[in-house]
Design a protein. Structure first.
Length: 381
């Protein structure tokens, strides 16, 4: 008999947790692991972010529930009900309904530590043997675990793969199990179309990210100003949903006098197609101790475009500021800028980085392979 699971997502936008949920949906064997998806938000809740994955899940035959239907709450995101009602009778009533729902499933998976944080006050402390949480934000984006009860039993699933990172990320938790699972996806090798441009004058640097204060871009703006002293015709194109002024980026552009050279291009449905169509020469991306910090970086690797990373990891990184690593990470502006210039102007170096990154992603981030580890975890729990 198959095991019944419930995955809980915040929404169906084109974000990392939502993408991971979709990749799991595509790869998981539903003869062994049957599951539903519970969404905290209603459809069309955001003007800026469409519900990109909703129809795709339905097309895959997946059953979707909405929390507001379960609780008979038509007030938007559940967190708003908490903020407005506190521990009122209505919240207590909804708590009972929510517990009745999750009793139908053998295991619950929270797609994002922030999803668990939203629902944790609905769940009695002794309800789960272990709480399964897919970690989607490193600590550099804020202390996501501040309100967690660190005495409970947790199973964390994340891309962290060494004890230094794991100990740092889950500092203070008394009883937890960690499963290392790289961000994984369906590998499509036909997107590998990048070629080194021999045109020395017109070059493009691309950044793919949501425009948000939680996604710091200031190191890239400082680096770009320095790079213009050596390569004045290089353009910086930033792709992603959001308002750059609301995100606070405009003050950097104005202070550094680079606003006329930086182009905000908006949300892209398919990163790989955009990179190939726009002939991006190199990508700058946020990294976290020798790994891309998100699916956008992995998607970009499949095109072959070389990527350089600014490292937001706080601890020690022995490979920092080295162009020789597979995913070169930097914390020194001078090294970062000089390495970018080298990649833009040296064909052999650019081709070497391109090949190493493409091969690494194909070998390590293929969901068809990595789903086996996830299956074992979910069957065990």
């Amino acid at each position: 008999m198959n095991k019944r699971l419930l995955f809980i997502v915040s929404d169906f936008h084109h974000g990392g947790a939502e993408r991971q949920m979709y990749e799991i949906d595509l790869a998981i064997d539903k003869e062994i692991l049957d599951f539903d998806i519970l969404c905290l938000s209603d459809l069309n809740a955001s003007k800026s972010f469409p519900d990109y994955f909703y129809r795709r899940h339905l097309d895959n035959g997946t059953n979707i529930l909405f929390l507001n239907d379960v609780l008979d709450l038509r007030r938007g995101r559940l967190a708003k009900a908490f903020e407005k009602s506190g521990l009122s009778f209505k919240v207590q009533k909804n708590k009972k309904r929510f517990l009745e729902l999750i009793e139908e499933y053998s295991s619950i998976c929270f797609m994002g530590e922030y999803v668990y944080k939203t629902l944790s006050r609905f769940i009695p402390q002794d309800h789960f043997n272990r709480i399964i949480i897919f970690i989607m934000s490193a600590r550099f984006q804020g202390e996501k675990y501040r309100d967690f009860d660190k005495n409970l039993k947790y199973t964390f699933v994340s891309g962290f793969d060494d004890t230094t990172q794991i100990d740092f990320e889950f500092e203070g938790f008394k009883d937890y199990k960690h499963i290392s699972l790289p961000l994984s996806f369906k590998v499509e090798e036909f997107y590998r179309q990048w070629n080194f441009s021999k045109d020395k004058t017109k070059k493009k640097i691309g950044i793919f990210t949501r425009l948000n204060k939680a996604k710091p871009l200031d190191p890239f703006f400082y680096a770009y100003q320095l790079l213009l002293d050596e390569l004045p015709d290089v353009e910086l194109h930033i792709f992603g949903a959001g308002d750059y002024k609301v995100a606070g980026y405009d003050r950097y552009l104005n202070h550094l006098d680079i606003k006329d050279k930086v182009y905000f291009r908006g949300h892209q449905e398919n990163i790989k197609e955009t990179i190939n169509k726009d002939n991006i020469d190199v990508i700058w991306f946020q990294g976290y101790k020798h790994r891309p910090a998100g699916y956008a970086g992995l998607d970009a690797c499949l095109t072959g475009v070389p990527i350089l990373f600014w490292d937001f990891y706080i601890g020690h990184n022995p490979e920092i500021n080295s162009i020789e690593s597979v995913f070169p990470h930097f914390k020194n502006l001078k090294f970062f800028v000089n390495s970018t210039i080298d990649v833009l102007t040296t064909e052999e170096l650019a081709n070497s980085i391109s090949s190493k990154q493409f091969d690494h992603v194909v070998e390590n981030n293929n969901m068809r392979v990595n789903i086996k580890k996830l299956n074992r975890l979910l069957l065990e729990e």
